[in-house]
Design a protein around this ligand. Structure first.
Ligand code: PHE
Ligand code: FE
Length: 311
């Protein structure tokens, strides 16, 4: 198999993160090994057994509609035929996590970058950076939904703007992505459902986010979300719940510049904090809040005796 073209590691406020070239490549489909296809099949089956009744039905429907299945790693060209016809989005193959501006620019032009390589069999439950399974299984199906598709494009444009405004605006906008596109829940007549890709591609968190008493589940409020910190290496302490994709689109339609001005210099909210103004679906018990993502429920109770630290 090819190896991804990683150029360096970069120290950021989130820790040591890999940086890849911004090149768009051809998905090297013929180079996937039998093991690669088996990893896809295993993860696909595992999540699809778990997700009915947990994932947003739009997600499950669009995933089927675009022809993702458990047979093996899909060809991007096959998926693109469906996707382009439906919403005008396309997926492009990249080496891995992109620098922010390059990423925003793709979204703004309805291109979703998907990491071409897949995790190894020993990384089924967790890896620290996005791979093909996370990007393709988790993010791509909802690009078939017209409203969500428009939200993602608007987000990209907002990203380009925030990038020019400076680090504070950028970090606020990044929190919005985190708590919606990656870890969002949606309220339906049948109960809360998952639409965030970071959850949808994780077995443990798909259960935890809905069924655990530990995390807060709080109604979506734009500025509240943009002011709330997060950690990338544990289950979330708080999930934000939207009522519809339209709500998300409408809330983010206004020019954000006045919002950034309003929030400038304001102290950010710790990830686990509940505010008086919150619409609370569940007030988290906080149990297991220090557990790294990917470890099982046994570890959660083993660590629950530890005091939690705000972050
Ligand atoms: N309307 C936002 C702005 O002017 C852009 C945006 C759209 C941001 C959707 C996030 C999500 O900055
Ligand atoms: Fe992601």
């Amino acid at each position: 198999m090819n190896t991804p073209n990683r150029i360096e590691h970069q120290m950021t406020d989130k820790g040591y993160v890999p940086v890849y070239t911004t090149a768009v490549v051809d998905q090297p489909w013929d180079s996937y090994t039998k093991t690669d296809h088996e990893v896809w099949a295993t993860l696909f089956k595992r999540q699809r057994e778990l997700l009915p009744g947990r994932a947003s039905k739009e997600f499950l429907q669009t995933q089927d509609e675009m022809g993702m299945g458990e047979q093996g790693i899909p060809k991007f060209s096959d998926l693109n035929a469906q996707l382009k016809a439906k919403t005008g989005w396309e997926i492009i193959a990249v080496e891995g996590l992109l620098p922010e501006l390059a990423f925003f620019d793709h979204l703004a032009n309805r291109r979703f970058p998907v990491t071409w390589w897949i995790r190894k069999p020993e990384q089924l439950d967790y890896l620290a950076e996005p791979d093909l399974f996370h990007d393709l299984f988790g993010h791509v199906p909802l690009l078939m939904d017209p409203v969500f598709a428009d939200y993602m494009e608007a987000y990209g444009k907002g990203g380009v703007k925030a990038h020019s405004l400076g680090p504070e605006a950028l970090s606020q906008l990044t929190r919005l992505y985190w708590y919606t596109v990656e870890f969002g829940l949606i309220n339906t007549s049948e109960g809360l459902r998952i639409y965030g890709a970071g959850i949808l591609s994780s077995k443990g968190e798909s259960i935890h986010c809905l069924e655990s008493a530990a995390p807060n589940r709080i109604g979506f409020d734009l500025l509240r979300v943009m002011n709330t910190r997060y950690r990338i290496d544990t289950y979330q302490k708080t999930y934000f719940v939207i009522d519809s994709y339209q709500q998300l689109f409408d809330a983010t339609l206004p020019d954000f510049i006045p919002y950034y001005e309003q929030m400038a210099g304001r102290e950010s909210t710790p990830a686990g904090q509940v505010l008086d103004s919150d619409r609370v679906f569940n007030r988290g018990t906080g149990e297991g809040w220090l557990v790294p993502r990917g470890s099982g429920p046994a570890r959660i109770s083993a660590m629950s005796a530890r005091p939690w630290e705000p972050w």
